[in-house]
Design a protein around this ligand. Structure first.
Ligand code: HEC
Ligand code: HEC
Length: 371
């Protein structure tokens, strides 16, 4: 079939060139050859002036075609799961700021995993490794594992690559994105690189906070202002004053410094007793046990339940836990001090956290499933 098409194609091409000669019949035809455009169009991320420069990835430069391919892959349940029931978007839903609404993510076999699905916004600005424990240094390599997770045990990446090579549409997309000539060149690395290219474009920078603070096009209510100035970002208080000071770790503009910390949520007898050792499992240093990457609080009102294991259902619970001030484990961060809030202050802190929601992200057609 493919062979026939290629021969016909060659004839048409020869005819179009005005060449009268019949093909000799000895032309070797490459069954896996892909035709169509092969020069990716470089793409520069649109970064708001108030964001730092994105972290470069020279191994995986962005192109329009790479991003488009990544978006197709991100939403393609047929390619990535055996039953055709699961894609990246199953656990990373646009309307939930690319989380899934579950405490711990539910895998293809219907059982919860260890950790909560992370939001995927502003990944291009994270220098400290991906996943809650920073286990994956490169964004593109991060996608290898979830694909394995989405497959039944008897299935693997080879099957995914096979489906991609035999697909009617993907080979041309891979050629357009990476300039390859043959289906055999479609591999795991190009697949996850395309996924990473799409994910790097997911930038969230248009919350009410951004409009008030950076764009000067909106105003905080009195309550939101109180939450920002006197609670979230509070600095310069008399020594010994206890205050939330969330901004020490969740600092603007990303609202998460991506550093590994123990924020005091787990009551264990010693640093050796964490069920999920987090960063400690990566570095092998027991002092890193129970430390997790400080995540962004952008869109936090949409991404419940909270923490690496989804232990808190609401932001009220989160605030109450921080107010209680940790459990005295030796590697708890010194900024976990405990504090008391009046009802009015608690409402104000919540109101401020709600200004971090970027509604435009949730319906941005560039991040939605492709038609
Ligand atoms: C079953 C649900 C599930 C599926 C499906 C899934 N993820 Fe995730 N994702 C998670 C969980 C859980 C984490 C946190 C993992 C950890 O810390 O160990 C995560 C973390 C991530 C991160 C890290 C974000 C950060 O800030 O470090 C990225 C990137 C990501 N996923 C991309 C993807 C891509 C791409 C796919 C599809 C190939 C995918 N995910 C499929 C649940 C899922
Ligand atoms: C010492 C640094 C530090 C301070 C101070 C801090 N946090 Fe955190 N925050 C973290 C870390 C680290 C995590 C991830 C912990 C985990 O998942 O185990 C986190 C997680 C969170 C989460 C869950 C995010 C998610 O995606 O599930 C919320 C919500 C949050 N913090 C809100 C706050 C608020 C509100 C304050 C102020 C009252 C605050 N934080 C103060 C370090 C800090």
């Amino acid at each position: 079939m493919v062979r026939q098409f290629l021969i016909t194609g060659t004839l048409i091409l020869l005819a179009a060139m005005g060449c009268q000669e019949e093909p000799t019949g000895e032309v070797t035809i490459d069954e896996g050859a892909i035709t169509g455009p092969a020069s990716p169009t470089p793409y520069a991320l649109e970064v708001p002036a108030y964001f730092p420069a994105p972290i470069d990835d020279p191994e995986n430069p962005l192109s329009e075609e790479g991003i488009a391919l990544g978006r197709h892959l991100f939403y393609d349940a047929g390619i990535f799961s055996t039953e055709g029931t699961m894609s990246c978007a199953t656990c990373h839903k646009q309307e939930l700021a690319f989380t899934d609404g579950f405490g711990r993510a539910i895998g293809v076999r219907g059982e919860p995993g260890l950790r909560s699905a992370m939001s995927l916004v502003n990944l291009a600005f994270n220098p400290n490794g991906f996943n809650w424990d920073g286990s994956e240094e490169k964004l593109w390599r991060q996608a290898i594992h979830p694909v394995e997770d989405m497959l039944e045990l008897d299935n693997d990446w080879e099957e995914v690559i096979h489906k991609l090579r035999e697909h009617e549409d993907y080979p041309a997309r891979f050629r357009a994105a990476f300039g390859i000539d043959n289906k055999e060149e479609i591999n795991q690395e190009l697949t996850v690189k395309a996924l990473a290219q799409f994910q790097r474009t997911i930038i969230s920078a248009n919350s009410k906070f951004d409009r008030v603070f950076y764009q000067n096009t909106d105003f905080f209510t009195e309550e939101e202002q109180l939450g920002a100035d006197s609670l979230f970002f509070v600095e310069n208080v008399p020594p010994g004053t206890l205050h939330p000071g969330c901004g020490h770790c969740h600092n603007a503009p990303q609202f998460g410094d991506n550093k590994f910390k123990n924020n005091g949520i787990t009551d264990v007898a010693s640093i050796y007793d964490f069920v999920d050792k987090g960063r400690g499992d990566i570095t092998g240093n027991p002092f890193d046990n129970g430390k997790f990457r400080t995540p962004t609080l952008r869109n936090i009102a949409l991404t419940a339940p909270y923490m690496h294991d989804g232990r808190f259902a609401t932001l009220e619970e989160v605030i109450d836990d921080y107010a209680a001030g940790g459990h005295g484990v030796e590697n708890e961060d010194p900024n976990i001090t405990g504090f008391t809030l009046t009802d009015r202050e608690k409402r104000a802190l919540l109101a401020f956290l709600n200004t971090l929601t970027d509604e435009s992200l949730l319906t941005d057609p560039r991040f939605a499933p492709p038609e």
